[in-house]
Ligand binder design. Structure first.
Ligand SMILES: [Zn+2]
Ligand SMILES: [Zn+2]
Length: 148
């Protein structure tokens, strides 16, 4: 029997939902999707300068698995850069350690324990346009302007 895939726990989410190439018409059909496991591998190895062993340990995966995730992520980044492809960060087998919410008006972000509900209004600007970044990044909420 195949072992169920264990979700990796993330302690934060990316600051952006994706990238759009300059000087080119946005073509979402050609968009590349980087999942959150791939994003995390890039963040730990290339941004935090960890070894793949260290990254694998933090992500709770074996060395061959972290290598596979990392190489897939690098390939996608290269495709986006060289071919000018739109790039979306979404999906992946992850759990978020906190409830992370962001205001669509002023982009103020709050982290709350997972058992607390989403704030009804933004504490920074009073807007009611709050979104759950977990919905947005993990499932693709299709409601916020990041997902459209
Ligand atoms: Zn706000
Ligand atoms: Zn969204």
């Amino acid at each position: 029997m195949a072992r169920a895939k264990t979700p990796r726990t993330l302690h934060d989410l990316p600051v952006v939902k994706g990238f759009r190439p300059m000087w080119m018409r946005t073509n979402y059909r050609q968009a590349i999707t980087l999942n959150l496991e791939e994003y995390e591998a890039i963040r730990l190895v290339d941004y935090e300068s960890m070894t793949q062993d260290e990254a694998g340990e933090l992500m709770g995966v074996s060395r061959p698995t972290v290598t596979r995730i990392y190489e897939s992520a690098r390939k996608k980044l290269a495709l986006a850069l060289v071919e000018g492809r739109t790039f979306v960060i979404e999906g992946g087998s992850v759990e978020i350690a906190y409830g992370i919410y962001q205001c669509e008006e002023c982009e103020h972000r709050v982290q709350l324990p997972t058992d607390e509900p989403m704030p009804e209004v933004c504490i920074a600007c009073g807007s009611e346009k709050m979104i759950s970044l977990e919905d947005c990044f993990v499932r693709g909420c299709r409601r916020c302007r990041r997902c459209r």
